[in-house]
Design a protein around this ligand. Structure first.
Ligand code: PEP
Length: 271
C-alpha cells in the first residue's frame, strides 16, 4: 500500500501574513493527520513563515522550483542549499506553468511572453538531479496541452517528458521521486480529467518507471493527479487504483477545502 500525498501548490499567492494564516488553519485541522502525507508549497518569500507555522506537526514544506547550481551569478534563482535552509523537504519540478505551458492565459500573454517561464525537458532533468543531491524529494510534473490531447498525442507527450526527466538516473535514485500527471487543460480551468482516464495515464507512467528503473520501484512510486482537484471530485479520483494523491492548486488556498482533500485521501488509504 502506498501512502497518499496531498501537495498544495500555492503558486504566486499569499504574502507572509496570508501564508501564516492559511498554514496555521491547515495545521489546526490536519497537523497530526495519519495515513496521508501533506506538503505545502508556498511562494519562496513565504517558505520560512510556513515552516514556522508547521513546526512540530506532520506537515512538510516544499518549494515550487529549484536551480541546479549551488551558488553564483544567477540573479533571481534559488539553489538546493537555500531551499534546505528554509526547511524544504520537497520541490515541485517541471510544473507546466514553469515550462511556459498554460491551461488558460490572458489574450496579451503571448506565446513569446510565456517563454519567460523557460523550463525544458533537459532543465527539468538537471533540476531533478540537483534536488536529489541535496536530499530534496522532487515532485516531477508531466502533462499534455489540450491541442496535444485533441491530436491523440497524450501518451507520447507524457512518456517523452517523463523519459527525459528520468534520463541517466539509477533505480535507487528514481525510487526517491514523486511523480505528478497534470493535464495542462485541467489546471486552474475547472475542467477535471475523468477519473478513469487519469488512472489510465498514471498506469502508463508506472510502466515507464518500470522501464527506467524496475517493477518494484514502479510499484512503490507515488504518482499524483493534478488538475482542478476539488472536494467534490476527490473521492472518485482517490478510488482509482493508480492515483496516490493530488497536486492541488486552487483548492489548496482554502484551509477547509484542502483539509477535506487530505481527509478523503487518508480515509481511502485506511479502507
Ligand atoms: C496545480 O497547480 O498544479 C494545479 C493542478 O492547479 P489547480 O488545482 O488549480 O488546477
Amino acid at each position: 500500500m502506498r501512502t497518499p500525498i496531498m501537495a498544495g501548490n500555492w503558486k504566486m499567492n499569499c504574502d507572509n501574513d496570508e501564508a501564516w494564516q492559511l498554514a496555521s488553519a491547515i495545521v489546526e485541522r490536519a497537523g497530526d493527520v495519519e495515513g496521508c502525507e501533506v506538503v505545502l508549497c508556498p511562494a519562496a518569500t513565504a517558505l520560512t513563515t510556513v515552516q514556522a507555522a508547521i513546526e512540530d506537526t506532520v506537515i512538510r514544506l516544499g518549494a515550487q522550483n529549484i536551480f541546479w547550481e549551488e551558488k553564483g551569478a544567477y540573479t533571481g534563482e534559488l539553489s538546493g542549499p537555500m531551499l534546505v535552509s528554509c526547511g524544504c523537504q520537497y520541490v515541485i519540478i517541471g510544473h507546466s506553468e514553469r515550462r511556459g505551458r498554460f491551461g488558460s492565459v490572458a489574450d496579451d500573454f503571448t506565446p513569446e511572453l510565456q517563454q519567460v517561464f523557460g523550463d525544458t525537458d533537459s532543465s527539468v532533468n538537471r533540476k531533478v538531479k540537483a534536488a536529489l543531491s541535496y536530499d530534496l524529494t522532487p515532485i516531477v510534473c508531466c502533462g499534455e496541452l489540450l491541442s496535444e490531447r485533441q491530436a491523440g498525442k497524450t501518451d507520447e507527450v507524457v512518456a517523452g517528458q517523463l523519459r527525459a526527466a528520468l534520463a541517466g538516473f539509477a533505480a535507487d535514485q528514481v525510487a526517491r521521486l514523486v511523480l505528478a500527471y497534470e493535464p495542462v487543460w485541467a489546471i486552474g480551468t475547472g475542467e477535471v480529467c475523468e477519473a478513469d482516464e487519469a488512472n489510465r495515464v498514471l498506469g502508463l507512467i508506472r510502466g515507464i518507471v518500470t522501464e527506467c528503473a524496475d517493477e518494484s520501484v514502479a510499484q512503490r512510486m507515488r504518482i499524483l493527479y493534478g488538475g482542478s482537484v476539488k472536494p467534490d471530485n476527490v473521492p472518485g479520483l482517490m478510488d482509482q487504483p493508480e492515483i496516490d494523491g493530488g497536486l492541488v492548486g486552487g483548492a489548496s488556498l482554502q484551509a477547509d477545502s484542502f483539509c477535506e482533500l487530505i481527509e478523503v485521501a487518508a480515509e481511502v488509504n485506511s479502507g
